[in-house]
Design a protein. Structure first.
Lengths: 409, 390
């Protein structure tokens, strides 16, 4: 019942919630895997509420099966599904699936090449394994918050749940790696993913610098933390209306990054500061870094008189890396590149309760597959009958009885 | 785990993390380098050494577990050797404008070997008005949408530390490679696939498109675009707060009552016990008031003990850990996450994989080879294709 894609025929049993886990299974579903999302009326609160916009973002291309896992009947059905699955994936705290009687050790005795992926916050084992985490927790603990920002401040960090997305990407990657491992060895596998360790890994070079040299990297704003490039900054453009005490809405910014002397020379020509740059002897990056503030002032004098998209085009046509700081509306309305690749679309199938749904498509283009048959997010239990038939060969009448008995609920 | 796979790594910053993910799980990943030096071997941070090829810790991290093949495009024998390696490979990971493009016609090699999988990465895709635009990480993050939502009202939009944007595109590269590999196992033939860094970054922006598409449902005063505002989460319910010593990410979620009980214990609940805050329509008011009280309360605490107290109460607070603390972190140490990498005899602690893998209940050990120079593996690689290194 999955769409045609590189993962067609793959059966994924999805117990994930919030963002990290659902994003992993969304990627698998986008590539054609048959992802069965387990939810229930009792668990459908907060970000598990299938009517919440947040839920709509991460649960397309999945079929919805409602199981009340607090009931014995629900646990039995979940166990049967595990026996049919290629992949069982969850991002609960360690041990939840075991408590429901569907843990890896039990299932692998019967489903001998099953793959279990557990994406918990801290991973299994260790003194912090029971800690409760969300992406902002992981950002704080992993060094992502302290390193992203401006010197002297610890309260900036990343403005979105970067690590949740990355945990999802790593979760999908782990599933696929395990499938190759299964092809090579034909045995069951269990993958224990720590979202904390994923986050810490992004600080890799900084941690190695600390180990090898004793240097502690700090926030470097828009500078490169370990290398030299100048100019390398975001500059205010025309129509910037913000001041230090106001909202930043209405601003326009452009990022300009000269990664070598040649690009700097092109920029000086473009904005008409060649003579000044020559007098200041700014032909090396070391010299430019010494005069960074003056250079940034000169550039912002130029950018503040132009519209961001026009300036970007001028820079790029001259061979200078530059890009508008695009917000969500820009990406949706003003980005001709995303428009040309049909990155956004409206789903053809309208949701019975919520109306129209939208999507940003998977950013992978496969030669063999179009991958344009996206399916809307389902309401809880919407696919009970279909999934029970396809996975367990149960008839409609039996499903109705299970629903009436509040097992499929 | 992936030891039967041979991969040719023709990536730059945009895709090198994807090649790392695969090599760290045991794939045989060969990375050609230009004879006059891979520019990525100059990326900081650097270690002290007389050998400039082994100075870059950045490269030691991102090019881990690779075998390097140094070649000159002027040397037809070396180019031919690379073509042989490619013809024997399972997967090619390629970023556009790679230095081997003038001498390696991959399209022809694919025709000769239909099992080959080719992953093509470019900044903006192969077509479209921006296809030739230049986009280092700062520019890629600006155009891709991550910079607009990072920073504060009194700072410019900010890039994430290091290469966070390219680590997203790199992860997609690894996913695409293994998906095409799975398909090859089922269908019997390889294929090519392409990834745009721009799209990859835009696909990982959490609330950004949700605010635009579902603005009416969310009914936020900010409308369709939430401006950058420091660490304050889009839900308004998570923020980094100052304490007497250090900073901490505090949230009253997911259990507001649990948090309220704690504040009552400390006598700082102010008016939060007012029943009006329990009305569903007043949830936003409850969030805002809770955060206001928590900010004041945090100033009376120290980050470290507050974090442990919160976690003992199952509250998902996060201490803003300095990197020195991270190096000593008991959780990372207990899980043996740090690995020891040898570079010219020096032992450097480096991050391990974020996975623990078990097959049939037995832990799978992951490799960590010593980091070496561009010539180190050449003889061995030539032997493997039946060539005499001389």
């Amino acid at each position: 019942m999955s769409m045609d894609g590189p993962l067609s025929g793959l059966k994924v049993l999805d117990f994930t919630h919030v963002l990290a886990g659902p994003f992993a299974t969304r990627i698998l579903g986008d590539m054609g895997a048959d992802v069965v999302k387990i939810n229930s009326q009792t668990r459908a609160i907060g970000t598990q509420d299938a009517t919440h916009p947040y839920y709509l973002m991460w649960n397309r291309n999945k079929r919805a099966l409602a199981i009340d896992l607090t009931t014995d009947g629900g646990k039995e059905i979940a166990f049967e599904l595990c026996l049919k699955a290629d992949i069982v994936i969850d991002n609960f705290s360690v041990g939840v699936l075991d408590r429901w009687g569907i843990g890896y050790e039990k299932v692998r005795k019967i489903n001998t090449d099953i793959i279990y992926v557990q994406m918990s916050g801290m991973g299994e084992g260790g003194p912090w394994s029971d800690f409760v985490t969300y992406a902002p927790t992981i950002h704080a603990l992993s060094g992502l918050t302290i390193s992203t920002g401006v010197p002297g401040r610890e309260d900036i960090g990343l403005g979105f749940s970067y690590n949740d997305h990355q945990a999802g990407l790593h979760g999908a990657f782990a599933v696929l790696a395990a499938l190759e491992g299964r092809r090579q060895h034909g045995k069951s596998q269990r993958i224990d993913i720590s979202q904390f360790e994923i986050g810490c890994g992004f600080l890799g070079p900084a941690l190695m610098d600390l180990s090898a040299n004793g240097n502690t990297a700090g926030p470097s704003a828009n500078d490169l933390p370990f290398d030299q490039a100048c100019p390398h900054e975001c500059y205010r453009c025309l129509s910037s209306t913000a001041d230090a005490n106001q909202s930043v809405s209405g601003e326009e910014w452009i990022a300009i990054a000269c990664m070598n002397d040649e690009q700097w020379e092109k920029l000086t020509n473009l904005i008409g500061i060649t003579d000044w740059a020559a007098i200041m002897k700014l032909d090396s990056v070391e010299a430019r870094l010494q005069h960074k503030n003056e250079i940034n002032e000169k550039i912002e004098t130029w950018t503040s008189q132009g519209k961001a998209y026009t300036l970007m085009e001028l820079c790029q046509n001259a061979g200078i890396p530059a890009g508008v700081v695009q917000n969500g509306a820009d990406l949706m309305e003003n980005d001709p590149q995303l428009k040309s690749s049909h990155f956004f679309s409206k789903l053809p199938d309208t949701h019975p309760d919520l109306g129209e749904q939208y999507l940003d498509r998977l950013p992978i283009n496969f030669e063999k597959y179009e991958l344009n048959d996206y399916r809307r997010v389902r309401v809880i239990g919407e696919d009970n009958e279909e999934v029970m038939k396809d996975w367990l060969d149960r008839g409609a009448e039996e499903v109705k009885t299970l629903e009436d008995n509040e097992i499929l609920k | 785990m992936l030891e039967d796979l041979t991969i040719i790594d023709l990536t730059d910053e945009r895709g090198i993390y994807g090649a790392k993910l695969l090599s760290d799980l045991g794939a045989n990943v060969i990375r050609p380098e230009p004879r006059d030096g891979d520019p990525l071997r100059k990326r900081g941070p650097l270690r002290e050494t007389k050998d400039p090829d082994l100075a870059s810790l950045w490269y030691a991290f991102f090019a881990s577990n690779r075998r390097f093949f140094s070649l000159s495009l002027e040397d037809e024998n070396e180019c031919q050797a690379l073509r042989h390696q490619i013809s024997r490979a399972d997967i090619i990971l390629r970023c556009d404008n790679h230095f081997t493009e003038p001498v390696i016609d991959i399209d022809t090699l694919i025709k000769e070997n239909p099992n080959l999988i080719l992953l093509d990465m470019s900044s903006f895709g192969k077509a479209g008005p921006w296809k030739d635009y230049l986009a280092p990480d700062l520019v890629a993050g600006a155009l891709g949408g991550s910079a607009a939502t990072t920073g504060d009202f009194d700072t410019p939009p900010l890039k994430g530390f290091g290469e966070l944007n390219f680590m997203v595109s790199g992860a997609y590269l690894a996913i695409a490679a293994l998906s095409a590999l799975y398909d090859r196992g089922e269908s019997g033939s390889g294929q090519s696939a392409s990834i745009s860094v721009h799209e990859a970054i835009a696909s990982c922006l959490e609330h950004v498109f949700m605010f635009y598409w579902y603005a009416d449902t969310l009914d936020r005063k900010e409308g369709k675009v939430l401006p950058r505002r420091g660490a304050l989460h889009w839900s308004d319910a998570y923020d980094v707060m100052k304490t007497k010593k250090g900073s901490i990410m505090i949230t009253p979620t997911p259990d507001f009552d649990n948090q309220l009980m704690w504040l009552i214990e400390e006598g700082v609940q102010e008016d939060l016990i007012d029943p009006k805050y329990l009305e569903p329509e007043n949830l936003r008011m409850r969030v805002d008031r809770s955060m206001e009280i928590l900010r004041k309360w945090a100033l009376t605490k120290e980050a470290e003990p507050l974090f442990f107290e919160a976690q003992s109460r199952h509250a998902p607070y996060g201490w803003v850990l300095p990197l020195e603390e991270l190096m000593q972190n008991p959780q990372l140490r207990a899980r043996f996450w740090f690995r020891e990498q040898s570079i010219e005899g020096q032992t450097v602690e480096c991050p391990g994989a974020p996975f623990r893998l078990k097959r049939e209940g037995e832990e799978i050990k992951l490799p960590l080879a010593a980091h070496v120079g561009p010539e180190e593996h050449k003889e061995q690689l030539l032997k493997e294709i039946g060539w005499d290194a001389k």
